[in-house]
Each structure stands twice: as structure tokens, then as C-alpha cells.
Design a protein around this ligand. Structure first.
Ligand code: ADP
Ligand code: MN
Ligand code: MN
Length: 181
């Protein structure tokens, strides 16, 4: 882990999980506590039009892996990024020091997505993805556990978020690194 840290002055973290598990909420809180830069990839995709295709059924863009990789490269090289995205298969494990997969209970997730006014089909698709732990599987395939730690953390309640934030706090021994102790 120390060796991985030496690649960058400040660590890069990936926060992943099904839409609605609370990635953005968690990242905003951790960014303000840690000084790491919150990089909301879905916003970047929208604003910089990092897509070539549109999914008519779900009415959303299909991001272009190469375009997103190119946009993220300078940020990840610099370090200190808190990357917020549901997908991880196209990322390079050497660019990250810690991966956190947030999880939510099925009914909790359903309610959150309903509040977001997602169409029924999109709610169903995301709830199924959470049940089948698609994002966790994707992260475990993309990142060798010997190279980078993967933490699976429950994120149903404020208490869960507080626990997760505490775990991800920088240690006094290595103030620039969030995972060393
Ligand atoms: P994501 O970025 O993964 O799609 P958001 O951060 O937008 O998810 O969160 C979705 C909704 O769930 C928001 O309304 C947010 O306030 C709520 N939420 C997120 N995390 C928690 C939590 N730990 N406890 C309670 N509500 C949460
Ligand atoms: Mn989000
Ligand atoms: Mn370290």
C-alpha cells in the first residue's frame, strides 16, 4: 500500500455503486473533510459530452470509455481525486489507492429512486443491479485486491454514512493518505 501511495502525493479514491446508493452525498461530505477533489464523472460526461450514443429506452447517454479515460487522465495523474461513478471496468487499477463500493437495501434504494422521479423501468433496472451486486462484481473484476483495497460499505442511513466517513478519514501517521494506518 505504501508503494502505491508513493506513486502520487495524494491518494485517488474511487467511490462506486448503483445509482441512488449515495455516492455523491458521501463524496461531497468526504471532500469537505479531507480536501480531496470530488470528481462527479456523470456530470463530466454530461457537460463535456463524453458520449457518442443515446439509450432511447432509458433516456440517458451511454458514456464513451475512451473519452472519459482521456478526460480523467490528467486529474488521476495529479492525485487527490475522489472519483464518483457507477462504472469501473474501464478504469486502471494502478490509478487508485482505495475503492469503496457503497451498498443500499433494496427498499431503501427503491424509495430514493422513486423520489428522483425515475421511470419505473429505470428504477427496476437499478434495483435489480443492486440485488445482483453488479457494481461490486465489476469493481472486483477491474481491481486486483492485491493492488488496491476494495471496501464494501452499507449506506442506508445517516449513521452508515458517518461510519463510512470515519473509516475513510486520513490517519495521523500518514496525513495525506486515507487508507494507511
Ligand atoms: P448517487 O450519487 O449514488 O446516485 P446520491 O448521493 O444522489 O446517490 O443519493 C441519493 C439520495 O439518497 C439522496 O436523496 C440522498 O440524500 C440520499 N442518501 C444518500 N446517502 C444516504 C444515507 N447514507 N442515508 C440517508 N440518505 C442518503
Ligand atoms: Mn450521483
Ligand atoms: Mn499511504
Amino acid at each position: 500500500i505504501e508503494q502505491m501511495c508513493a506513486k502520487r502525493q495524494r491518494p485517488n479514491l474511487l467511490i462506486t455503486g448503483t445509482p441512488g446508493v449515495g455516492k455523491t452525498t458521501f463524496c461531497e461530505a468526504l471532500a469537505s473533510r479531507s480536501g480531496l477533489q470530488h470528481v462527479e464523472v456523470s456530470k463530466l460526461v454530461r457537460e463535456k459530452r463524453l458520449y457518442r450514443e443515446w439509450d432511447d429506452e432509458l433516456d440517458c447517454s451511454i458514456f464513451d470509455e475512451e473519452m472519459v479515460q482521456d478526460a480523467l487522465e490528467p486529474l488521476l495523474e495529479r492525485g487527490g481525486c475522489l472519483l464518483d461513478f457507477h462504472s469501473s471496468s474501464f478504469l486502471d487499477e494502478n490509478d487508485f489507492d482505495l475503492v469503496i463500493v457503497l451498498r443500499a437495501d433494496t427498499s431503501v434504494l427503491y424509495d430514493r429512486l422513486e423520489k428522483r422521479h425515475y421511470p419505473e423501468s429505470k428504477i427496476k433496472q437499478n434495483v435489480e443491479a443492486e440485488i445482483f451486486q453488479s457494481c461490486l462484481d465489476e469493481a472486483q473484476e477491474a481491481f486486483e485486491e492485491t493492488t488496491v483495497s476494495i471496501w464494501e460499505l452499507q449506506h442506508d442511513t445517516e449513521e452508515h454514512m458517518e461510519d463510512a466517513l470515519e473509516r475513510a478519514q486520513p490517519s495521523p501517521q500518514h496525513a495525506n493518505c486515507l487508507h494507511c494506518s
